[in-house]
Design a protein. Structure first.
Length: 344
């Protein structure tokens, strides 16, 4: 364990709501540390649909999910938040004096005045290929995310899944692969109709194969994956030569350690009030998809609203004797100075 890092506020979760929480706290002069189990900021936007358009961000008619994250990262730059990525928050313990000890999976320890949980629907873990011995090849020849498409060029590939990720990568890689087969447990797909149509065009043109079935076993030779055996819908077995397996069964959200922190939960969500977005533990707040209250709607713009109100509640919790004034970025010299746009 490292020596504790003193922090005014620790934000758990670097999705859009967590990033905007940095901004709202920064306007009030409060610096935050941000934790996320993922290796990059963005939460669901980055992991699940980085290229998908979002249409309900105020004053932005259309915005790509990754573009939204990039814009938020630019917006919070003036406030110097420290991001601790690839670190899951595994411990939250109230301390004397109303502070909190927050511990991450990497051994980082925080002495925090307030904690804002913006963990979406929990930490995401890929749904894995359920065949014996698969774990030994994960990250080498079995992948749940494409990190370098160039390395797959000229390879014999098998893509598992029936959603947008599986279809998008199959369409992208089919012209460049030595051979590509899409395997899905049923003939109907969950992906966009246009993507399904394009996959069928490539199938008709002989650029890829489709098999209705599931993975049954792996074939290996000399410590390397050499192929996979598919159990077809008619229960027959078919062997496919393969150098790389791309598995897109989606990401399973898990509440994880948060469930053990003494927070009042309702269906795996943290119950909060609608004045402060505070949990049953004073000084611990929750915003975004992780929280619940009467009338809750799981929308990004709702998370932004919650972050604004939670920021004032965090300020009051940290500095109860300080008078609060509603200031506007258009007219407040103090806020403009914090934003780095003050004249002179």
């Amino acid at each position: 364990m490292s020596d504790p890092i003193a922090a005014e506020a620790v934000i758990i979760g670097a999705g859009p709501a967590g990033l905007f929480q940095v901004f709202e706290l920064g306007l009030l002069g409060i610096k935050a540390h941000v934790l996320d189990s993922l290796a990059a900021p963005g939460g669901q936007c980055t992991e699940l649909y980085p290229d998908k358009p979002i249409y309900d961000i105020p004053a932005v008619p259309v915005c790509g999910a990754q573009e939204l994250v990039d814009r938020l990262m630019q917006q919070i730059k003036p406030f110097g938040a420290e991001l601790h990525l690839g670190e899951e928050a595994v411990g939250l313990e109230p301390q004397p004096g109303g502070r909190f000890r927050v511990v991450t999976s990497a051994g980082t320890v925080f002495d925090a005045g307030a904690v804002v949980i913006a963990a979406g629907v929990g930490s995401f873990q890929p749904r894995r290929l359920g065949v014996e011995g698969a774990e030994a090849y994960e990250g080498r020849q079995i992948h749940y995310k494409v990190r370098n498409a160039a390395e797959l060029q000229g390879r014999r590939l098998v893509v598992f899944g029936g959603g947008d990720s599986a279809l998008d990568w199959a369409i992208d890689l089919a012209p460049r692969a030595a051979a590509l087969t899409v395997v899905h447990r049923r003939a109907q797909f969950r992906g966009a109709p246009a993507s399904v149509a394009r996959m069928r065009e490539l199938e008709d043109a002989g650029k890829l194969r489709f098999i209705e079935g599931v993975a049954h076993a792996l074939h290996t030779a000399n410590g390397q994956l050499s192929g996979v055996e598919i159990k077809r819908a008619d229960a027959t077995l078919q062997s496919l030569a393969a150098e790389q397996l791309l598995v897109f069964f989606g990401l399973a959200p898990k509440l994880g350690p948060i469930a053990e922190w003494g927070l009042e939960l309702d269906r795996r969500a943290i119950k909060v009030d609608t004045e402060k977005f505070q949990s049953n533990i004073p000084g611990v707040f929750a915003i975004g998809d992780i929280n619940t209250y009467p009338g809750k709607k799981k929308l990004i713009l709702s998370g932004f609203h919650e972050a604004a109100l939670a920021a004032f509640a965090v300020q009051h919790h940290l500095y109860p004797a300080k008078k609060q004034f509603l200031q506007y970025t258009t007219t407040s010299p103090a806020m403009q100075k914090r934003l780095g746009v003050a004249a002179g």
